[in-house]
Design a protein. Sequence first.
Lengths: 264, 562
Amino acid sequence: MQQQEIHNFLLKYFQANDCPILENHSGYMTVQLTIEMDKELMNRPFYWHYLEKTGGIPNPAKLTLITDPNSVPEDIKGEIIHFGSPRLHQIFASTKNLARYIRLYENHENGSRKTPLLPWLCLNVKISYQCDRKRDVFKSIGLQLINGQMVENFHERLLNISLTPKIPDYSFTLSPLVKPKSGILRIENYLKSSIYQDDHSWAEEARKRWEKDLRLLEHFYEDIEEGNEAYETEKKALQEQYEPKIKISFINGGLFYLTEKAIV
Amino acid sequence: MTVEIEFDSSWQDEFLQRIHQDGPWGNWELVRLAIEVEKHLVIPEFEGLQAPKHLPNLTPLPHQLETAKQVIENMNGKAILADEVGLGKTIEAGLILKEYMIRGLVKKVLILVPASLVTQWSMELNSKFYIPAVSQKKSYVWEQCDVVVSSIDTAKRNPHRDIIFRQNYDLIIIDEAHKLKNNKTKNYEFVQNLKKKFCLLLTATPIQNRIEEIFNLVSLLKPGHLGSQTAFYEKYKKDSRSLNDNEHLKELVNKVMVRNRRADTGIEWTKRHVETIPIDFSDTERELYETIYNLKNESDWIQGSSFSVMTLQREACSSREAVYYTLRNMLQKKENPTQAFKDQIESLMKKVEAVQTNSKAKKALELIQQINDKVIIFTEYRATQLFLQWFLKQHGITSVPFRGGFKRGKKDWMRELFQKRAQVLIATEAGGEGINLQFCHHIINFDLPWNPMRLEQRIGRVHRLGQEQDVKIYNFAIKNTVEEHILKLLYEKIDLFEKVIGELDDILTKLEFGNMEDHLIDIFGASSSEGEMRIKMENLSSMIEFAQSMKKGETHAAAGNS
């Protein structure tokens, strides 16, 4: 992420959470946190607990974030934000945490024509391939809950569609034939079967490394009668170090009601 | 080939519940941002380092990056980092730790370091690597914090020990790991029993050790890598001095060890120029010194503590203020002082008062005016430090004080003041990494520490990576005093000042003759004649010289990247 991207991201994050932007210059911004966002980011539960007990006037913090230290006037004090800064990662985590589940309707332009909207289940996941090393793949899968159509890169497609949290006038939703629960299962199976077809030489090699170290370990403890505990610990450590695993974890997902033509 | 696939099901339960309850639903903007974030955080390749992208304020050197990559990609995260001193092993360890944390392979980390380095390690990890490392102070820290720094001596004792064994650490880092060379010690046993998924052992001097010690260290990291104990000793003689005799063994060791040498890093080091400046006492100063010197012979008044006499003698070579301060303390601390004791102190105080000038300070002033550039003055004594500050001010020279005991923020502030406003920094303590003074290249050793490592640390503040000038070192020594003996017989003889950083470290570790200071106190305090003292000093310096010559023979043969 470039500093400019970080700057834009922060702006969008605070705006999406209804925090007034008091100052916005290239290089830094000052935002007024809402009470909710103060609790989310400032990590001062005692203050809020105290305030709620005593009925004092809440005074949520202002935050000045600097994204380009070189272009900031000297009298501006704030937190310098870069891709590695803990504050940014806290905000990343908060973003993901605040947006785990969604339901939206297509904001179509069919006017007063009666428009049916088809239910889609969207899952955005991260697939991690892990042994003593790790790599990840992001996937967005959409499943139409009536005819079972499966679409990859679903999120990218949604970005081109105008969406709204309230069902537009003269629109009605079709009830799903596939229940969301079994929809999730279908996507799970789809992901798994496509993963099985992947190249897994990375896992094979990790197993070889594991096997090799295990043999050394056994040889080392060959002539030590007692001390089995140390042997077992080391053995467990090797398993944790090398055992290849694939993890599918959720970023977010939800239901989208779209017109027939939206996804072709 | 089948690999187990874990599908996180915790998400769907809540999803189904929200459908059931018709919400609450998230904000579309945030969902899109979350995915944008995720795409930036996803790491599509097994290889390569992500950490540098997260550390815009740190510029690792090429050999440090190479080491981090090597450890993760070719050593599977278990390695001995054995760079020569001054090449940044801590940075390498930090890079590796950061990389694993970014990739989500490591969460829980235990860092075991000497007690004196605990704070420094956690500060460096926090400030340089944005890793929330915590120094262990309370016992709940083990369980509640993910990255904990502690001394091994604390960790191995209960109740800590039991709590630690219950934790599931992903990475264990041990600094100064050469202290774990003996497999019969409690420390060794403790580390051996820790579960080491990933593990880094940091040491500067692994290889000059005996073959047995190498076996122990490697077996701690990767048991069986050098075979079982019996098999190993059948093959190699137990007390064989080094690895040099055996190519195969050397190769094996290099599979789990990275050792960068200064010469291989391609970093240019500037030179050190050393000048000894002999100084004559004024008459009153001489008298004070002689009076103290003669106390040795009537020793009962301070319970025969040659240490105290020695301290006073050294202080007399520094400043009358230092002597005064110690005398006052002696009087205050003594319970029910006898009249004789009081009289003795009293008469010494008189001698102190009689001293009106400080010959060294005069010389320092002259030198500073002549240098006309930034200068660091090191002294062993607080009282001297205060006096010098006052003295320089009288002569229109700006100075700032520096002490090891300063809090982090104050240290940084003083450094800043020195860089921007003051000409002179007067420091009592060299210790404490992180204060780097490369912008200065003149050092005055107003008095000399008796531990050569301390001296090396002093010089190391200035003569380090990033120093562009040759470094000038001025050593003050009062003629015909204990100070001159130290300088002439020890430091000059072993060319201490000319050494490259790190060499001394190697030499002293190899000697294994214990605390240098103890030897010196013994020599100066217990020798009954000048002659005896001279002979003992000769012996000491020959030992160091001997170690040095052995080292030279080994330099190229040691199992590094030769």
